[in-house]
Structure formats: C-alpha cells, structure tokens
Design a protein around this ligand. Structure first.
Ligand code: HEC
Ligand code: HEC
Length: 390
C-alpha cells in the first residue's frame, strides 16, 4: 500500500518536474536521488563484490558469490549508527576498515559507553573459513564465530551483535523498526529483494553478503603461493621473499601452521588453549560447555592482515606482533588445557613442559617479517568496504 502511494508520489513529482522544463531542476526526481543520495555516497548501480578465489587453493573453498545489491545493502547496515540503542554505534565502530575490521583498543566501547568483555575480531575472508564447513542456502558461512566459537553462522553472530547490551543494545523488533524509519532503506531493499519488506532474515543475509565480500587475496603470501610449483609443499624458500621473511616462513610452517593454517584457512585446529594463563578469568569455550578442560580454549583466529589488527588475543593483551612472538618463544604457560602442539616432551624426566622455541633475535624478527607478508592493503583501502554515509 505504502509502496503504491510512494510510486504514485514519485510519478507525480517526476511529472511536475518534466512539465516545468524551463525552471532548473531542483533535484532529479527519482527515488535514488531523493531518498538515498542525500544520505549515502553510493552510486545507483552497486559495484561488484565478486570474490576471486585463487587457483592455488585447488577448489578447497566453496564459494557463493556475494550478490552486489545485497552486499551494498549490507554495507549500509554495517555502517548505520541509527541501528543502536543510543544512535551512536554501528558495526563499523568496533570493526574498522583501517584496522582490518578490528578495533585498535583492547576492549571496544559499545552503546552508552559500555565496554565489551573481549577484543573485537578482524573480519576479512570470513567466506574462506566458511567454505571449509560449507555455506547455507543464502551464502551464510557455517563457521564457528566469536572467540568462543559460540555462533555458527553470520546470522547468529549478527543477532548477537545487535542485541548484546555492551554492543548495540537493541531487541530485534527495535532493529527492524529503526531500519523501517530510515528514508534510504526502501530503495535499497527494493534493489536487493525486489520489494521493501524489512525482516530479520533479509538484514542478516545482506550483512552476510557484505562480510563475505570483504576479501583479501592480494598479499605477498598469495603472490608466493601462486608461484610455487605445488602450493601445498611449503618446504622450500618462497619466491620473492627476503632472507628474513623466509626464516620466519620456516618457523611458521613448523610451529604455527598446524593451528593457523598455511593460507589462513587450511588449518587442522579450529580452537585451542594457547597458553596465555594458568587460570583464565575469561574461560572461553569452557564457560559455554561447562567442561573444565575447555577453560582457556578460544577460537584460532586467521592471521590475514594481522599487521593491521593490533592489539592481539581475546583480551587484546599484546600490543605488538613482537610481543606475540615472544609469547610463543618464551611465555607459554602450562595450564590444564594447553594444546599438545605447544607442549614439549622430555624423555629424560618423562614429562611434558610448555614449548620453548629459544629463537635468536633475527629469527624472531623473521617471524614478525613473515607475518607482515600476510597483509593485503587493498582490504583496508577498498572503497567498496568503506563508510558510505555522508
Ligand atoms: C561494541 C563493539 C562491537 C560492535 C558494535 C559489533 N561488534 Fe562484532 N565483535 C565485537 C567483539 C568484541 C567480538 C568478539 C566477541 C566475542 O568473542 O565474544 C566481535 C565478533 C564479531 C564477529 C566474529 C568474527 C570471527 O571471526 O569469529 C563478527 C562476524 C562480527 N563481530 C560482526 C559484527 C557485525 C555484523 C556487527 C553489527 C551488526 C558487529 N559485529 C557489531 C565487537 C563489536
Ligand atoms: C595450538 C594451536 C596454536 C599454535 C600452534 C599457535 N597458535 Fe597462535 N593462536 C592460537 C589461539 C587459540 C589464539 C587465540 C588465543 C586467545 O586469544 O586466547 C592464537 C592467537 C594468535 C595471534 C593473535 C591473533 C589475533 O587476532 O589477536 C597471533 C598473531 C598468533 N596466534 C600467532 C601465532 C604464531 C606466530 C605461532 C607460531 C609461533 C602460533 N600462533 C602458534 C592457537 C595457536
């Protein structure tokens, strides 16, 4: 009904604009320029969000290509501060493009100045990870999300963000009403869905398409992998890498890859206790499962663009990659659930102790240098992922 009225009104305005052909046109009278352009720096034709999955992944990743109109709608929702309890917080407030969609402070500030209990997480290449576990019919990645893996789809996670009292502080009916109240959404929904109906599933699906489109595969690591005769044989030096980066690469392959994967996503371990504390205040997965041996177990995060997403770990305790490397070098603490890959067996005493890498200064530097080859500057500069609000 409203839609018909709206179209009639649009037609009426169009008609009057055309009939007064001598007067300068105050504003082009189509819905886009009246209802979208004043608020959003978008073009009427949504840009492509096609993801190019590199050949060297050899079909390991499924891909449901993000739909351009859905991703564009998702982008606006992602950056829309109106969709929070006090009108100040959007998803992007804690997931900032310049920081690989993480937050440069250890704990983020949500609505009404409240602090989150954990460090915000970087968002690039969510689809790659999801591809490992499959995608649902609309392209939502069925991956474990959050530091404690408690959400299993982007929908579940997004509902969590909107309704978390420390994040956006709303109920879902309130979110729907706020979306309906904004003048630019009817046009965007019409483009994405063919009509202006606003419901939860449409919002989550649009967010999923946008986040699946935030994609990085132009790092120095990608260049090297594409040039290797066999991208799964990482034993020889990488082409195009410095000596220091190759030293780091060798350590990474031996000590880090079992958990973090060779190209961020081919990993064996999805969650682990990596020896930050003996007793964890935030029990991570253990708090959800109630199993004491899962206390301190957290999601293994992907390391793409890790250079940009400091501070590190679930509580943001490490400010630099140097500190992270020192943790794995000399700081691993043996609590109950410490993962076996970070333990060492001593045949003399027949006991396990936390791994000590005893790296030299140049080996530590090499590891840091290698981690920086995972950076893709396009991700942090691409306008398609940026704030569209004027
Ligand atoms: C107030 C800060 C804040 C806001 C606002 C926020 N997030 Fe988050 N986000 C976080 C934090 C903190 C985590 C980690 C939470 C946890 O593990 O408990 C997170 C985790 C995530 C993850 C999981 C990533 C992964 O690899 O597991 C996704 C996806 C995400 N947020 C997307 C969103 C979307 C979409 C919105 C908006 C609807 C949003 N966030 C709003 C702080 C925020
Ligand atoms: C046994 C699995 C495992 C191994 C091996 C491992 N990590 Fe991790 N890593 C994790 C887990 C789990 C986390 C998140 C822990 C947390 O926040 O409580 C993590 C976090 C990180 C982070 C921070 C990521 C972020 O977004 O905050 C970096 C960087 C990192 N690891 C690098 C390395 C390097 C370098 C190595 C090799 C020296 C390594 N890891 C070996 C499991 C592992």
């Amino acid at each position: 009904m409203y839609r018909i009225l709206f179209l009639l009104l649009a037609g009426f305005l169009l008609g009057t604009a055309c009939s007064k052909d001598s007067a300068p046109d105050p504003a082009p009278a189509d819905a886009f320029s009246r209802t979208v352009a004043p608020y959003l720096n978008l073009s009427a034709a949504a840009p492509s969000y096609r993801v190019s999955i590199p050949n060297y992944t050899k079909g390991l990743f499924q891909s449901v290509q993000p739909n351009a109109q859905l991703a564009q709608l998702g982008r606006v929702i992602f950056y829309d501060k109106h969709l929070s309890k006090d009108g100040t917080i959007s998803c992007a407030h804690c997931h900032q493009q310049a920081h690989a969609f993480a937050d440069p402070t250890a704990l983020s500030t949500g609505v009404e100045g409240q602090k989150t209990t954990r460090n915000s997480m970087a968002l690039g290449n969510i689809q790659w990870l999801g591809g490992m576990l499959g995608l649902d019919s609309v392209g939502n990645a069925l991956l474990p999300l959050f530091w404690d893996s408690r959400a299993h789809s982007v929908s579940e996670q997004s509902r969590g963000a909107f309704t978390n009292a420390h994040e956006m502080g709303l109920t879902m009916p309130e979110v729907l009403q706020l979306v309906r109240n904004q003048p630019y959404y009817p046009w965007l929904f019409e483009q994405a869905w063919g009509d202006t109906l606003v419901d939860e599933a449409r919002i989550f699906t649009a967010l999923a398409h946008f986040m699946n489109g935030i994609h990085a595969s132009h790092s120095r690591l990608d260049e090297a992998l594409a040039r290797l005769p066999d991208p799964f044989d990482l034993s020889s030096d990488f082409p195009g890498y410095s000596a220091s980066e190759n030293i780091g690469k060798a350590i990474y392959v031996q000590r880090c890859m079992s958990c973090h994967g060779s190209i961020n996503s081919i990993q064996k371990v999805f969650e682990a206790n990596n020896g930050l504390d003996k007793n964890y205040t935030d029990k991570g997965k253990g708090a959800i499962s109630g199993k004491f041996y899962e206390n301190g177990t957290f999601k293994v995060p992907g390391l793409r663009n890790i250079e940009f997403s400091a501070p590190y770990m679930h509580d943001g305790r490490f400010a630099t990659l140097e500190e992270v490397v020192e943790h794995y070098n000399s700081g691993i603490v043996q609590g109950f659930g410490l993962h076996g890959d970070l333990l060492e067996y001593d045949p003399l005493t027949q006991s396990y102790s936390p791994l000590r890498l005893n790296l030299t200064a140049s080996e530590k530097q090499g590891l840091v240098d290698f981690l920086k080859t995972l950076s893709d500057k396009e991700l942090i500069n691409d306008e398609r992922y940026s704030d569209p609000f004027r």
